[in-house]
Design a protein around this ligand. Structure first.
Ligand SMILES: *Cc1c(COP(=O)(O)O)cnc(C)c1O
Length: 410
């Protein structure tokens, strides 16, 4: 038998969602008449915008005619999409990004998971706690960690605990690290980084020659005009940061799959001799070897998001999810709970009542209000004592869930 990659055996099974499913199933078996409302959803629920749907249909028709049929596309994406990304996502915010710095893909999950491949296996990796599990798990698989601890953290990774005291802004690492994963607006806390906070990180990375892996999957949810949408809005970030973007939460593409990663030309790592190596060149080599950008049809659909109609339609979707987040935030605050997030992100991070753990709160909400959320401790030990609710549900369901919590959770 072939030997397996032993590093995979260190991975902790995805306990969180399996355990939620187990408890929900047990509840339903005991209360067959109860109507559950799920406010733990980390996925969009509204259908694709009409402008996207027509572009997808037209692109399918292109594929049906010899004159417009497309085979393999350009390795890093079609110019029609790259140009729109450069102009609308960056140019409009005063940021210059070259077309050869943008890599279109089928997901920010894959890109943020794969990016670690272009760095040395002995790189020191920092990430936040609580955290989106992809960043940790992809480094476990690559052999950059020791075994898992009982609390779910891995030996060898540097964890930056995000607490209410600092507005869930991570502290700078207390030792030099090579790679720093940051996700803002944050999943799961809903926190954002101000321009000053981002500048502190960029400055830290420049002084320590670290690389920031910046996940901006939720930038479309930013409402506060002072909050940067891209890390490149901060001076000097092009020398230290890779940025991940996605159409998943911006335009309902979680099932359609389209995203992009920006790797600036200035960004460099070094080889064993200490000589600089372009990270853009390495990522290009990686992608052209193992990957072929997203399908033509999907890139056409994504391109339609940037038309006048498309912008209006996808903004309306994001607005409606943000209205749900407001309903949750204000409703739970009225019920006497302390709530964070939900202002520039679809996630509301609820402090559990004193002495109540994340899982105890999960059970209370399930049993008393018939509402399903996500225990904060599932995202890391610093998430203990918190609970994640999301604005991705339907409005009437969201309102009803909040009413139930207000009435029954006193
Ligand atoms: C949803 C999400 C993404 C988007 O991933 P895709 O693969 O593009 O769907 C990226 N990062 C975080 C933290 C997310 O929650």
């Amino acid at each position: 038998m072939a030997r397996v990659n032993e590093h995979y055996l260190k991975l902790r099974s995805s306990y969180l969602f399996a355990e939620i499913a187990r408890r929900v199933k047990a509840f339903q078996a005991a209360h067959p008449g109860a109507r559950l409302i799920r406010l733990g959803i980390g996925d969009v629920t509204q259908p694709l915008a009409p402008a996207v749907v027509s572009a997808l249909h037209e692109a399918v028709d292109d594929m049906a005619r010899a004159e417009t049929f497309k085979g393999y596309g350009p390795d890093t994406g079609y110019d029609f999409l790259l140009e729109k990304i450069a102009a609308h996502d960056y140019g409009a915010r005063g940021v210059k990004v070259g077309l050869d710095e943008i890599f279109v893909s089928d997901g920010a999950k894959q890109d943020s998971g794969n990016i670690q491949e272009i760095f040395s296996v002995d790189s020191v990796v920092a990430l936040t706690d609580p955290v989106y599990p992809v960043y940790a798990d992809s480094n476990v698989m690559a052999g950059r960690t020791g075994p898992a601890q009982d609390n779910g953290r891995y030996d060898g990774l540097v964890y930056l605990a995000c607490t209410a005291e600092t507005g869930f802004e991570p502290p700078l690492p207390d030792r030099r690290v090579d790679l720093i994963y940051l996700c803002y607006p944050n999943n799961p806390t809903g926190a954002v980084l101000t321009r000053a906070a981002l500048a502190r990180w960029v400055d830290h990375a420049r002084r320590n020659e670290s690389v920031i892996l910046f996940d901006a999957a939720y930038e479309a949810y930013i409402r506060d005009t002072e909050i940067p949408h891209s890390i490149y809005e901060v001076e000097g970030a092009r020398e230290v940061a890779i940025e991940f973007r996605s159409f998943s939460k911006t335009a309902g593409f979680t099932g359609t799959r389209c995203a992009f990663t920006v790797v600036p030309k200035e960004l460099q790592g070094r080889n064993a001799q200490g000589e600089p190596v372009s990270l853009n060149a390495l990522w290009l080599r990686r992608q052209t070897t193992k990957y072929n950008a997203a399908p033509y049809v999907v890139q056409k659909g994504a391109g339609a998001i940037y038309t006048g109609e498309g912008q209006k339609q996808v903004r309306a979707q994001v607005d409606s999810y943000m209205e749900n987040a407001r309903v949750i935030r204000e409703g739970l605050a009225a019920a006497g709970l302390t709530v964070f997030g939900g202002r520039n992100a679809p996630y509301v991070w609820v402090k559990t009542p004193a002495g109540v753990t994340s899982w105890q709160f999960f059970d209370r909400l399930l049993n008393e209000a018939h509402v399903v959320g996500t225990p904060g401790s599932g995202f890391g030990p610093a998430g203990e004592g918190y609970f994640r609710l999301t604005g991705f549900g339907a409005r009437d369901q969201t309102e009803e869930a909040v009413e139930r919590i207000k009435q029954r959770l006193r």
